[in-house]
Design a protein around this ligand. Structure first.
Ligand SMILES: *Cc1c(COP(=O)(O)O)cnc(C)c1O
Length: 221
């Protein structure tokens, strides 16, 4: 699936206008390139974005081989935003700057062993959907503490809105996660994707993760 850099630049200005209208002008944008090749990363960087997100370790490794130097030269931060198996963690070292999907103690322990000092977000499942990653809201404090004690740098929390129900259905969960960010004195609140970013900004997001609104519809996985 090829990506036209001019399309990405045009979609980025639309995205920035949407964020402005929602009151989130200066918010961080993670360009989610899952399903697309390294050309999506090149287009995002050319358009001026400085954070890219990957969901799958295998894709991450392949793209890093192609554009790792570009990412390094332009100081582009790479975010792991997909569900993470413990046995894949060692492949993140040297390739990823922030792991946004820390949701269990075993993952904290493996990250501290393989990627000491890694920046992380604790992912919260605020919708109760059983098939979603993330810890229960009530377990956030313990995970934040464990990660900090293990020498990881806990920047904040991350959440994904519900799969069905439309953007408004995401609001209650986003509100819970923002409250937790404040309760634990954290800085980053990563929530909002292409379809629900306005609601996320209204509820206090500091970082949106955007794929299809930048790159178009994803090829089927
Ligand atoms: C795919 C994905 C995104 C981006 O989704 P879009 O709807 O394409 O913007 C954001 N966050 C996570 C965790 C994802 O898996």
């Amino acid at each position: 699936m090829t990506v036209d850099p001019a399309d990405v630049a045009a979609r980025l200005s639309d995205l920035r206008a949407r964020l402005d209208r929602a009151g989130g002008g200066g918010i961080e944008i993670v360009a989610v390139t899952k399903g697309f090749g390294a050309d999506a990363i090149r287009a995002a960087v050319a358009a001026g974005l400085d954070r890219v997100g990957e969901n799958y370790v295998q894709e991450l490794v392949a793209k890093h081989a192609e554009v790792g130097d570009l990412l390094h030269d332009r100081a582009v931060r790479v975010h792991m935003i997909g569900r993470l198996q413990t046995n894949k963690v060692r492949q993140l070292a040297g390739r990823v700057d922030c792991v946004e999907t820390v949701d269990r103690a075993g993952l904290v322990d493996e990250l501290s062993r393989r990627c000491p000092g890694m920046h992380v977000l604790v992912q919260v499942n605020a919708t109760g959907e059983p098939d979603k990653g993330g810890c229960d809201p009530g377990d956030v404090g313990a995970l934040v503490a464990r990660a900090s004690e293990a020498g990881l740098v806990v920047d904040g929390l991350m959440t994904v809105g519900p799969t069905t129900g439309g953007p408004e259905a995401a609001r209650p969960g986003f509100r819970i996660v923002r409250e937790l960010v404040d309760r634990f004195g954290l800085a980053v609140c990563s929530m909002g994707m292409s379809d629900d970013l306005e609601v996320a900004v209204q509820e206090g997001s500091t970082r949106v993760r955007v794929g299809s609104a930048l790159f178009g519809a994803r090829p089927p996985a």
